[in-house]
Design a protein around this ligand. Structure first.
Ligand SMILES: [Zn+2]
Length: 60
């Protein structure tokens, strides 16, 4: 089973241990954004929808 250990932010393209799954435009596409980009896409955004949090590390 292949599992991605590192995901990259769809805004700044840097790998992050925690990403937020969000919709932020009219395409209703899901994007993953890091905690640095998250506040700026959420602000004044009518299309903003929160879809959960992705973490690289899973609990055993
Ligand atoms: Zn980012």
């Amino acid at each position: 089973m292949r599992e991605e250990r590192v995901k990259k932010c769809d805004r700044c393209f840097l790998a992050a241990p925690v990403l937020y799954r969000v919709q932020y435009d009219a395409s209703l596409r899901w994007f993953f954004v890091c905690d640095r980009c998250f506040p700026s896409i959420r602000q004044d955004n009518l299309h903003y929808t929160y879809g959960g949090t992705w973490k690289a590390r899973k609990k055993h």
